[in-house]
Design a protein around this ligand. Structure first.
Ligand SMILES: NC(=O)c1ccc[n+]([C@@H]2O[C@H](COP(=O)([O-])OP(=O)(O)OC[C@H]3O[C@@H](n4cnc5c(N)ncnc54)[C@H](OP(=O)(O)O)[C@@H]3O)[C@@H](O)[C@H]2O)c1
Length: 238
């Protein structure tokens, strides 16, 4: 049985992958992760010693099957990181209404169910600090007519994070990281990139390192719970 593990959802690419690799390099905790698509990076994580579970959280019964399998292999958790996400604008949702349901499943229902089901594993950790960390979005409190469904689901995740901070205190800290632009998507146009860069005071595409730094801060802080930490280059005060 793995003890004191870090569980990251959706770690097959980009930010989740980066976090998983950093934890593996650090070597302090075993890494357990979920992935939906078996990217080449999944095998890489496994070869580095991480334990992966292939899970599509929108499929019926998946959450309970995953939890049963996880509990056979993991005895305690140092931290649970809700990273898995779908990014869809309203035009995409209007074309495929299942995306609306999928975003609320992934950003709200799954974190809720995992928080409840994995509480005993977090409480079983011998570490003086145990953490749940959500990844939302720094725009979640703002209005963007093109992204109403996505932002509503991420705002719900922030709300969930605050309520669980209250519910699980003082044993488990629960915090949110609210990223702004971190990594562009492969198909973003130059015009879109320029527009996004101009929205932040610092004007850079920082990469996943800044999320790792935020995760480290939250894991190591004995006095921070119930917050949403913006990691957004100062966009809100523009
Ligand atoms: N990147 C940014 O600039 C940025 C900005 C704001 C907020 N964030 C937040 O930061 C987190 C990580 O961002 P990212 O850009 O690395 O995200 P990403 O590239 O979209 O990766 C998200 C992961 O979630 C997985 N996933 C999607 N649908 C799933 C499902 N139905 N069941 C299980 N897993 C599923 C994906 O699996 P597949 O590999 O199969 O697609 C993917 O590996 C997300 O919560 C995101 O909302 C990121």
């Amino acid at each position: 049985m793995l003890q004191e593990a870090i569980l990251i959802t959706g770690a097959g690419q980009r930010i989740g992958l980066f976090l998983a690799k950093q934890f593996l390099e650090q070597g302090e905790y075993p890494v357990v992760f979920t992935y939906r698509t078996r990217h080449a990076a999944v095998s890489e994580l496994e070869s580095l010693g991480a334990l992966g579970f292939q899970v599509d959280f929108t499929q019926p019964e998946t959450v309970s099957t995953f939890l049963n399998e996880l509990k056979e292999k993991v005895g305690s958790l140092r931290a649970l990181i809700h990273n898995a996400s779908i990014w869809a604008n309203d035009a995409m949702v209007d074309e495929n209404p299942d995306l609306y349901t999928a975003m609320f499943q992934l950003h709200v229902e799954v974190p809720y169910r995992l928080n409840i089901a994995l509480r005993p594993l977090l409480e079983a950790s011998k570490s003086p600090m145990k953490d749940i960390i959500c990844l939302s979005d720094s725009s979640a409190g703002q209005a963007y007519g093109d992204y109403s469904a996505y932002l509503a689901s991420k705002a719900a995740l922030q709300s969930l994070s605050r309520s669980f901070a209250q519910k699980y205190a003082p044993v488990i800290k629960v915090n949110d990281i609210a990223p702004g632009l971190i990594i562009f998507n492969e198909h973003d146009s130059e015009a879109y990139k320029q527009q996004r860069l101009q929205r932040s005071l610092l004007g850079i595409e920082p990469g996943a390192q800044v999320i790792w730094q935020a995760v480290q801060y939250l894991l190591n802080s004995a006095y921070t719970t119930g917050v949403s930490l913006p990691v957004d280059g100062g966009r809100k005060i523009l």
